[in-house]
Design a protein around this ligand. Structure first.
Ligand SMILES: [Zn+2]
Length: 138
């Protein structure tokens, strides 16, 4: 049984703020809350990406708070969605050209590099806006 949990207005507002900052207006972003995203209580957020549809869906854990750590999770997931066209290109155009074992290794290496990049970029953006005193502005 699933229970619909309303996304708080402050979280929807923060998501819209970051959609504008990341120039993602062409995307439709859905958001839901869950007790355990990905059936894992340690997962704070996740993103599903549909780059061919310009659609992304973010699931935030229900105990999300209005603080910098959680904001970094939100920005992180938005960056995954924004990056999904590049991911799809790698998955559909590059990896199939490799032998199976090489494709598996390349996929693991690519995902690790992207994850590290997105983690770093989310914090860079948050700290950049904070440093310029524009946390609440677009
Ligand atoms: Zn990630």
């Amino acid at each position: 049984m699933s229970v619909d949990m309303a996304v708080p207005q402050w979280l929807a507002d923060k998501c819209n703020l970051w959609i504008a900052r990341l120039s993602m207006e062409e995307w439709t972003i859905g958001m839901v809350l869950a007790l355990a995203p990905n059936d894992d209580v340690t997962t704070r957020a996740l993103a599903e990406q549909y780059p061919d549809l310009n659609y992304g869906r973010i699931t935030m854990r229900v105990d999300v708070e209005d603080d910098e750590d959680w904001e970094s999770c939100l920005v992180h997931e938005l960056l995954h969605i924004k990056h999904s066209r590049i991911d799809a290109t790698v998955q559909k155009a590059i990896l199939p050209q490799l032998q199976s074992s090489a494709a598996d290794m390349a996929d693991v290496v690519y995902r690790a590099a992207v994850e590290s990049y997105i983690y770093s970029m989310a914090w860079t953006l948050i700290r950049g806006y904070r440093a310029t005193g524009t946390e609440g502005e677009q």
